[in-house]
Design a protein around this ligand. Structure first.
Ligand code: ATP
Ligand code: MG
Length: 228
Protein backbone atom coordinates (compact mmCIF):
# COMPACT_ATOMS: atom_id res chain seq x y z
CA UNK A 1 0.00 0.00 0.00
CA UNK A 2 1.57 3.24 -1.14
CA UNK A 3 0.62 6.72 0.10
CA UNK A 4 0.10 8.83 -3.02
CA UNK A 5 -1.66 11.92 -1.68
CA UNK A 6 -2.05 13.59 1.70
CA UNK A 7 -5.25 15.59 1.59
CA UNK A 8 -6.85 17.93 4.08
CA UNK A 9 -9.46 15.43 5.22
CA UNK A 10 -8.32 12.15 3.65
CA UNK A 11 -5.16 10.31 2.66
CA UNK A 12 -5.06 8.39 -0.61
CA UNK A 13 -3.20 5.08 -1.00
CA UNK A 14 -2.61 3.00 -4.13
CA UNK A 15 -3.47 -0.68 -3.64
CA UNK A 16 -1.76 -3.57 -5.40
CA UNK A 17 -4.96 -4.46 -7.27
CA UNK A 18 -5.01 -1.06 -8.98
CA UNK A 19 -7.73 0.40 -6.77
CA UNK A 20 -7.23 3.29 -4.34
CA UNK A 21 -7.86 3.33 -0.61
CA UNK A 22 -9.19 6.52 0.97
CA UNK A 23 -8.41 6.92 4.67
CA UNK A 24 -10.83 9.35 6.34
CA UNK A 25 -9.20 11.60 8.95
CA UNK A 26 -10.78 13.42 11.87
CA UNK A 27 -9.87 16.78 10.30
CA UNK A 28 -12.65 18.92 8.85
CA UNK A 29 -12.48 22.06 6.71
CA UNK A 30 -13.17 25.47 8.17
CA UNK A 31 -11.56 28.56 9.57
CA UNK A 32 -10.68 29.66 13.09
CA UNK A 33 -12.05 26.50 14.66
CA UNK A 34 -15.40 26.87 12.92
CA UNK A 35 -16.63 24.33 10.39
CA UNK A 36 -17.25 25.57 6.82
CA UNK A 37 -17.84 23.06 3.99
CA UNK A 38 -16.65 25.66 1.45
CA UNK A 39 -13.33 26.37 3.16
CA UNK A 40 -9.95 25.35 1.74
CA UNK A 41 -8.19 24.91 5.06
CA UNK A 42 -8.48 22.44 7.91
CA UNK A 43 -10.40 24.36 10.54
CA UNK A 44 -10.65 21.85 13.32
CA UNK A 45 -10.23 18.24 14.37
CA UNK A 46 -13.29 16.44 15.70
CA UNK A 47 -12.93 13.00 17.21
CA UNK A 48 -15.00 10.53 15.22
CA UNK A 49 -15.43 12.85 12.24
CA UNK A 50 -13.58 10.46 9.91
CA UNK A 51 -15.72 7.44 10.69
CA UNK A 52 -18.92 9.50 10.68
CA UNK A 53 -18.03 10.93 7.27
CA UNK A 54 -17.29 7.49 5.93
CA UNK A 55 -20.55 6.02 7.27
CA UNK A 56 -22.57 8.71 5.51
CA UNK A 57 -20.46 8.33 2.36
CA UNK A 58 -21.06 4.56 2.35
CA UNK A 59 -24.79 5.10 2.84
CA UNK A 60 -25.10 7.55 -0.07
CA UNK A 61 -22.79 5.66 -2.46
CA UNK A 62 -24.78 2.48 -1.86
CA UNK A 63 -28.02 4.37 -2.56
CA UNK A 64 -26.49 5.62 -5.84
CA UNK A 65 -25.37 2.11 -6.75
CA UNK A 66 -28.94 0.84 -6.34
CA UNK A 67 -30.05 3.51 -8.79
CA UNK A 68 -27.38 2.52 -11.31
CA UNK A 69 -25.49 5.81 -11.04
CA UNK A 70 -21.76 5.28 -11.80
CA UNK A 71 -19.38 5.96 -8.88
CA UNK A 72 -15.92 4.91 -7.72
CA UNK A 73 -17.27 3.04 -4.69
CA UNK A 74 -16.07 -0.55 -4.14
CA UNK A 75 -16.44 -1.16 -0.39
CA UNK A 76 -15.84 0.40 3.01
CA UNK A 77 -14.34 -0.61 6.36
CA UNK A 78 -15.89 1.64 9.00
CA UNK A 79 -13.63 0.50 11.88
CA UNK A 80 -10.53 1.33 9.85
CA UNK A 81 -12.17 4.48 8.42
CA UNK A 82 -11.13 3.37 4.93
CA UNK A 83 -12.98 3.10 1.64
CA UNK A 84 -11.80 1.12 -1.37
CA UNK A 85 -12.50 2.92 -4.65
CA UNK A 86 -11.75 2.65 -8.36
CA UNK A 87 -8.80 4.82 -9.33
CA UNK A 88 -9.89 7.80 -11.41
CA UNK A 89 -8.21 10.69 -13.17
CA UNK A 90 -9.70 14.10 -12.54
CA UNK A 91 -10.44 16.86 -15.07
CA UNK A 92 -7.48 19.22 -15.32
CA UNK A 93 -6.14 19.40 -11.78
CA UNK A 94 -9.61 18.77 -10.36
CA UNK A 95 -13.02 20.38 -10.40
CA UNK A 96 -15.69 20.84 -7.78
CA UNK A 97 -19.27 20.60 -8.95
CA UNK A 98 -21.84 22.26 -6.75
CA UNK A 99 -25.56 21.61 -6.76
CA UNK A 100 -27.65 24.30 -5.11
CA UNK A 101 -31.19 24.16 -3.76
CA UNK A 102 -31.11 27.40 -1.78
CA UNK A 103 -29.09 30.60 -2.11
CA UNK A 104 -26.47 30.52 0.65
CA UNK A 105 -22.66 30.41 0.92
CA UNK A 106 -20.53 31.60 -1.99
CA UNK A 107 -23.57 31.89 -4.27
CA UNK A 108 -25.02 34.54 -1.99
CA UNK A 109 -21.65 36.25 -1.55
CA UNK A 110 -21.31 36.56 -5.33
CA UNK A 111 -24.88 37.24 -6.39
CA UNK A 112 -26.30 38.94 -3.30
CA UNK A 113 -27.28 41.93 -5.39
CA UNK A 114 -29.79 39.79 -7.24
CA UNK A 115 -30.56 36.91 -4.89
CA UNK A 116 -32.15 36.79 -1.49
CA UNK A 117 -30.68 34.67 1.28
CA UNK A 118 -32.28 31.23 1.27
CA UNK A 119 -34.07 31.77 -2.03
CA UNK A 120 -34.99 28.42 -3.65
CA UNK A 121 -32.78 27.29 -6.53
CA UNK A 122 -33.80 24.22 -8.49
CA UNK A 123 -30.74 21.98 -8.47
CA UNK A 124 -28.64 24.81 -9.88
CA UNK A 125 -25.24 23.48 -10.99
CA UNK A 126 -21.97 25.42 -10.78
CA UNK A 127 -18.41 24.29 -11.47
CA UNK A 128 -15.30 25.63 -9.74
CA UNK A 129 -11.63 24.87 -10.28
CA UNK A 130 -9.85 23.17 -7.41
CA UNK A 131 -7.23 25.86 -6.98
CA UNK A 132 -6.67 26.76 -3.34
CA UNK A 133 -4.26 29.60 -4.19
CA UNK A 134 -6.99 31.26 -6.27
CA UNK A 135 -9.84 30.44 -3.89
CA UNK A 136 -11.45 27.85 -6.20
CA UNK A 137 -12.70 30.23 -8.93
CA UNK A 138 -16.01 29.46 -10.66
CA UNK A 139 -15.59 28.48 -14.32
CA UNK A 140 -18.05 28.55 -17.21
CA UNK A 141 -18.84 25.78 -19.68
CA UNK A 142 -17.13 27.79 -22.44
CA UNK A 143 -13.98 28.34 -20.38
CA UNK A 144 -13.79 24.63 -19.44
CA UNK A 145 -13.99 23.73 -23.13
CA UNK A 146 -11.62 26.45 -24.31
CA UNK A 147 -8.97 25.57 -21.71
CA UNK A 148 -9.16 21.88 -22.63
CA UNK A 149 -10.40 20.80 -19.20
CA UNK A 150 -13.80 19.42 -20.17
CA UNK A 151 -15.55 19.18 -23.54
CA UNK A 152 -19.09 20.50 -24.01
CA UNK A 153 -20.38 16.92 -24.34
CA UNK A 154 -18.70 16.01 -21.07
CA UNK A 155 -20.08 19.14 -19.41
CA UNK A 156 -23.61 18.05 -20.31
CA UNK A 157 -23.03 14.59 -18.80
CA UNK A 158 -21.46 16.11 -15.69
CA UNK A 159 -24.34 18.51 -15.17
CA UNK A 160 -27.01 15.84 -15.57
CA UNK A 161 -25.17 13.43 -13.26
CA UNK A 162 -24.79 16.19 -10.68
CA UNK A 163 -28.52 16.96 -10.67
CA UNK A 164 -29.39 13.27 -10.45
CA UNK A 165 -27.00 12.64 -7.56
CA UNK A 166 -27.99 15.84 -5.77
CA UNK A 167 -31.61 14.81 -6.00
CA UNK A 168 -30.87 11.35 -4.55
CA UNK A 169 -29.13 12.93 -1.56
CA UNK A 170 -31.90 15.51 -1.17
CA UNK A 171 -34.53 12.79 -1.23
CA UNK A 172 -32.72 10.62 1.34
CA UNK A 173 -32.31 13.60 3.68
CA UNK A 174 -35.92 14.58 3.12
CA UNK A 175 -37.01 11.22 4.55
CA UNK A 176 -35.49 12.36 7.87
CA UNK A 177 -37.05 15.81 7.74
CA UNK A 178 -33.74 17.36 6.70
CA UNK A 179 -33.45 19.90 3.90
CA UNK A 180 -30.44 20.04 1.59
CA UNK A 181 -29.35 23.60 0.76
CA UNK A 182 -26.25 22.81 -1.27
CA UNK A 183 -23.73 20.05 -1.91
CA UNK A 184 -20.32 19.69 -3.55
CA UNK A 185 -19.19 16.75 -5.66
CA UNK A 186 -16.07 15.60 -7.49
CA UNK A 187 -15.95 13.56 -10.67
CA UNK A 188 -13.30 11.73 -12.62
CA UNK A 189 -12.74 9.38 -15.53
CA UNK A 190 -12.19 5.71 -14.78
CA UNK A 191 -11.65 2.35 -16.42
CA UNK A 192 -10.84 1.53 -20.00
CA UNK A 193 -13.90 3.39 -21.29
CA UNK A 194 -12.89 6.56 -19.37
CA UNK A 195 -16.48 6.79 -18.17
CA UNK A 196 -17.35 9.83 -16.03
CA UNK A 197 -18.02 8.69 -12.46
CA UNK A 198 -18.63 10.29 -9.09
CA UNK A 199 -15.52 10.14 -6.86
CA UNK A 200 -14.45 11.34 -3.41
CA UNK A 201 -17.06 11.45 -0.62
CA UNK A 202 -20.60 12.47 0.24
CA UNK A 203 -20.70 13.52 3.87
CA UNK A 204 -21.61 16.37 6.15
CA UNK A 205 -18.34 18.02 5.20
CA UNK A 206 -19.50 18.54 1.61
CA UNK A 207 -22.98 19.88 2.11
CA UNK A 208 -25.17 22.32 3.96
CA UNK A 209 -28.18 20.63 5.51
CA UNK A 210 -30.84 22.20 7.71
CA UNK A 211 -33.54 20.91 10.00
CA UNK A 212 -36.37 23.18 11.17
CA UNK A 213 -34.41 26.12 9.77
CA UNK A 214 -31.30 25.24 11.79
CA UNK A 215 -27.95 24.28 10.24
CA UNK A 216 -26.84 20.73 11.08
CA UNK A 217 -23.15 20.13 11.86
CA UNK A 218 -21.49 17.13 10.10
CA UNK A 219 -21.37 14.85 13.16
CA UNK A 220 -24.98 15.54 14.03
CA UNK A 221 -26.03 14.94 10.43
CA UNK A 222 -24.59 11.44 10.54
CA UNK A 223 -26.59 10.68 13.71
CA UNK A 224 -29.81 12.10 12.27
CA UNK A 225 -29.50 10.18 9.01
CA UNK A 226 -28.15 6.86 10.28
CA UNK A 227 -29.27 6.79 13.91
CA UNK A 228 -27.06 6.76 17.02
N1 ATP B 1 -11.48 7.54 -7.02
C1 ATP B 1 -10.57 8.51 -6.95
N2 ATP B 1 -9.53 8.53 -7.82
C2 ATP B 1 -8.58 9.50 -7.75
N3 ATP B 1 -8.58 10.50 -6.84
C3 ATP B 1 -9.59 10.53 -5.95
C4 ATP B 1 -10.64 9.54 -5.95
N4 ATP B 1 -11.50 9.85 -4.96
C5 ATP B 1 -11.03 10.96 -4.38
N5 ATP B 1 -9.88 11.39 -4.95
C6 ATP B 1 -9.04 12.55 -4.57
O1 ATP B 1 -8.45 12.24 -3.33
C7 ATP B 1 -8.27 13.42 -2.57
C8 ATP B 1 -8.93 13.20 -1.23
O2 ATP B 1 -8.33 13.94 -0.24
P1 ATP B 1 -9.00 15.18 0.45
O3 ATP B 1 -10.46 15.23 0.22
O4 ATP B 1 -8.48 15.25 1.82
O5 ATP B 1 -8.34 16.29 -0.43
P2 ATP B 1 -8.33 17.78 0.02
O6 ATP B 1 -7.14 18.07 0.84
O7 ATP B 1 -9.70 18.12 0.47
O8 ATP B 1 -7.97 18.49 -1.17
P3 ATP B 1 -8.91 18.78 -2.19
O9 ATP B 1 -9.06 20.27 -2.05
O10 ATP B 1 -8.06 18.27 -3.31
O11 ATP B 1 -10.18 17.99 -1.94
C9 ATP B 1 -8.89 14.56 -3.36
O12 ATP B 1 -7.88 15.25 -4.03
C10 ATP B 1 -9.79 13.84 -4.36
O13 ATP B 1 -9.90 14.55 -5.56
MG1 MG C 1 -11.51 17.01 -0.43
Amino acid sequence: MKLIYTGKTKNVYALEDGNYLLKFKDDVTGEDGKFDPGANTVGLTLEGAGKAGLRLTKFFFEALKEKGIPTHYVDADIEEATMKVKAATVFGEGLEVICRYRAVGSFLRRYGKYAEEGQPLEAFVEVTLKDDARQDPPISEDALDMLGILSKEEYTILKELTKKIGNVVKEELGKKGIELYDIKFEFGRAGETREIILIDEISGGNMRAYKDGKYIEPLELEKLVLGE
